[in-house]
Design a protein around this ligand. Structure first.
Ligand code: CUA
Length: 175
């Protein structure tokens, strides 16, 4: 009698068998969902709270006519506020950066603008968070502050051909 009642009270007994997910598999599904939620939370915190953003598209430029107009016709350092605020316009081409040497005073806040005259390059400046793709037709922009005097090498970190390994330059921070 009690058996009959229990079976009758469990209408899902039948369904359960059809919907059965192995407990091992269920655990992995849960762990995967947990990872996804964790990553979304971390990306949200990094992007909104810590302000870590990927370099954004700062505009378009025709790579074939870079020499025709400012600022790309005259790459190099611009002093915005002496001793404080600087801008550098960098043209990357196989296999060099123009300019190759940059000198700023200690404490300078430098905004880097870069584009390519030919193929895809990279621009990574040691000891800073300046690390961006340099893409023909597109302008990349990142900024950094230099409080420690010294020499900081920047390199092309995107394979661009046989001379890729010699594509580098130096930023000097004077005291
Ligand atoms: Cu330019 Cu590698």
């Amino acid at each position: 009698m009690s058996d009959d009642i229990q079976q009758g009270d469990d209408p899902q007994g039948d369904t359960k068998q059809h919907m059965h997910v192995d407990s091992y598999e269920r655990k992995w599904v849960m762990i995967s969902i947990g990872f996804l939620v964790f990553f979304v939370i971390m990306i949200t915190i990094a992007g909104l709270a810590l302000g870590i953003q990927v370099p954004t598209d700062e505009g378009r430029v025709n790579p074939n006519t870079l020499e025709d107009a400012l600022p790309w016709s005259e790459p190099g350092l611009r002093e915005i506020v002496p001793g404080e605020e600087y801008e550098v316009y960098i043209v990357a081409r196989r296999f060099s950066f123009d300019p190759r040497e940059i000198t700023v005073p200690k404490g300078a806040h430098v905004t880097f603008w870069a584009t390519s005259a030919d193929v895809q390059h990279g621009f990574a400046l040691e000891g800073t968070n300046v690390n961006m793709m340099v893409i023909p037709g597109q302008v990349s922009k990142l900024a950094a502050q230099f409080d420690e005097p010294g020499e900081y090498d920047f390199i092309c970190h995107e394979y661009c051909g046989l001379g890729h390994a010699v594509m580098y330059g130096t930023l000097t921070v004077e005291s």
